[in-house]
Design a protein around this ligand. Sequence first.
Ligand SMILES: C[S@@+](CC[C@H](N)C(=O)[O-])C[C@H]1O[C@@H](n2cnc3c(N)ncnc32)[C@H](O)[C@@H]1O
Length: 256
Amino acid sequence: MNLLQKIKQKKEFKNLSDKVVEKSLYEYLKKNNLFLINLSKKDEKVIIKEIRAELRYLSGQFQKSSKNRLKIIENNSLYSLLKTHSSTLERLDFYSKLKSIISPLNAKSILDLGCGLNPIALASKGIKYLAVDIKEDELFIIEKFFKKNKINGETLVYDLRDFNSKDFLPVDLTILFKVLDILEKKSHKLANKIISTINSKYILVSFATKKLSGKSMNFPQRVWFLSILKKNKLKYKSFSNKNEIFYLIEKDISPT
Ligand SMILES: C[S@@+](CC[C@H](N)C(=O)[O-])C[C@H]1O[C@@H](n2cnc3c(N)ncnc32)[C@H](O)[C@@H]1O
């Protein structure tokens, strides 16, 4: 069994694409000047532990229960489905407000990056929706939802750590809910790259305002994010609910 297979042996990583695990593994080996061919058993053990910790951080903490998801989608009980992901569960009561904010933008195309189950709450007929994530199981559920509800939607397994704006067609609205904080721990280069280069008329970004402990953050505004907006001379409006702060950004482009 190779190292990648060993890392993926745990059930919780089964639905992550190999490419995502490979990327974490490659970056780790590069950073630590290690080579796959001469790894000791001890090195291997440490690598497996560290890569799993990173993958758990990227993908793991949000799912409430995946057991009945397929059954729920068969019954088209979307409200119950949204309750199976902690982020969509948290904003269940806020989706109608979000829709009233998105509606006047007249978006005909939406790109949802790191989407989780969010498209199930926001996608509708008449809007082309591209749902992007690293979790194949969630994208599978979304695909079923699109089909069942005759929504012009597609899903894409894509690792945002390799983000290139050329990989995406121009859209009216890009959604980045509670994902930018996860992508990089120290620098904010990737966030800057996504915000400054994405070909989207509007970008709606959100960040959690509560810590994992459930306590409210003392400074929920992301100063680093505001400086990215300032540096790129982007106009924005901010609003919040009890769990999240949102930034609606307007970019000066017209999608084709
Ligand atoms: C906190 S959840 C938020 C989900 C959704 N945006 C919402 O707010 O309802 C973060 C999501 O980002 C996805 N994600 C994490 N790292 C990613 C990466 N490198 N590329 C694409 N998606 C990623 C996770 O799989 C997860 O679905």
